[in-house]
Design a binder for this molecule. Structure first.
Ligand SMILES: Cc1cc2nc3c(=O)[nH]c(=O)nc-3n(C[C@H](O)[C@H](O)[C@H](O)COP(=O)(O)O)c2cc1C
Length: 225
């Protein structure tokens, strides 16, 4: 039995349904196509904070990782803690950037702070080090694989939050903010900050998006039908 109610609910809902090979990828693919970068977000919540927590836990639990090392960590900041993160980011950046550059950056930061919450994504470097010790042949690859697994979790959480009615974006103010995050939220030193995902109910639409020709990006070989 799972300790996540989201998982129990899904098990019950889908218990009687067929699992594979029934064209059931459409809902998944469409959800992930609809995921976009939303910069205009509000403090409104599409769902309770506890449901966001469940979605993040569910994703972090089930996302694949190299050697099942389960290296991804997340800290979800809601409400005042979310505000504090973006205020702190602003303080740090304003001490580093010239005033004219900071004005533009501040506008962006205000946009993220206008949201309801932020998911911080980390890799646990203590686990990566254990993997490197245990499998010396692949030592150089473990940090890369951990990053890849983290990116998978980011995409899934981004998509799920938007399915629930939020808009989100992906930001990278690490490593500038790492020490402040460690101090304020008592994050272990071994957790390496990789990305920040501010989210809130959208107040605007995503921008246009161009696509490169797919034939240049995807090749096939041996295709039969
Ligand atoms: C690995 C990765 C890093 C990104 N870093 C940033 C970032 O630092 N700041 C930002 O505003 N958007 C960032 N983005 C968002 C991309 O700019 C965006 O996903 C892309 O332009 C496609 O638009 P879409 O998300 O609406 O589909 C990042 C996306 C990815 C996948």
């Amino acid at each position: 039995m799972s300790d996540l109610s989201i998982e129990q609910g899904m098990n019950e809902k889908f218990a009687s349904q067929s699992k594979k090979g029934q064209g059931e990828s459409e809902a998944f693919l469409s959800a992930f196509k609809e995921r976009r970068t939303y910069y205009q977000i509000s403090k409104n919540a599409a769902i309770p904070d506890s449901r966001v927590e469940e979605i993040v836990k569910y994703t972090i639990k089930h996302v694949p990782s190299s050697f099942n090392g389960q290296t991804t960590r997340a800290l979800i900041l809601f409400n005042e803690d979310h505000d504090e993160f973006w205020n702190t980011t602003s303080t740090i950046l304003s001490s580093m950037l010239p005033a004219d550059q900071m004005a533009k950056t501040q506008q962006r930061l205000d946009g993220f702070k206008a949201g309801h919450g932020t998911v911080l994504f980390f890799d646990d470097e203590s686990v990566i080090r254990q993997q490197q010790e245990a499998f010396k042949l692949y030592a150089d690859n473990f940090p890369i694989w951990a990053n890849q697994s983290n990116g998978m979790a980011q995409l899934l959480i981004w998509t799920a939050l938007e399915k629930e009615g939020f808009g989100a974006s992906l930001q990278h103010y690490n490593p500038l903010v790492d020490a402040a995050v460690q101090t304020k939220w008592k994050v272990p030193l071994e957790w390496k900050l990789l990305a920040q995902m501010p989210f809130g109910v959208p107040t605007g639409e995503p921008g246009p998006k161009d696509f490169k020709p797919l034939d240049e990006r995807v090749w096939t070989a041996g295709k039969k039908d």
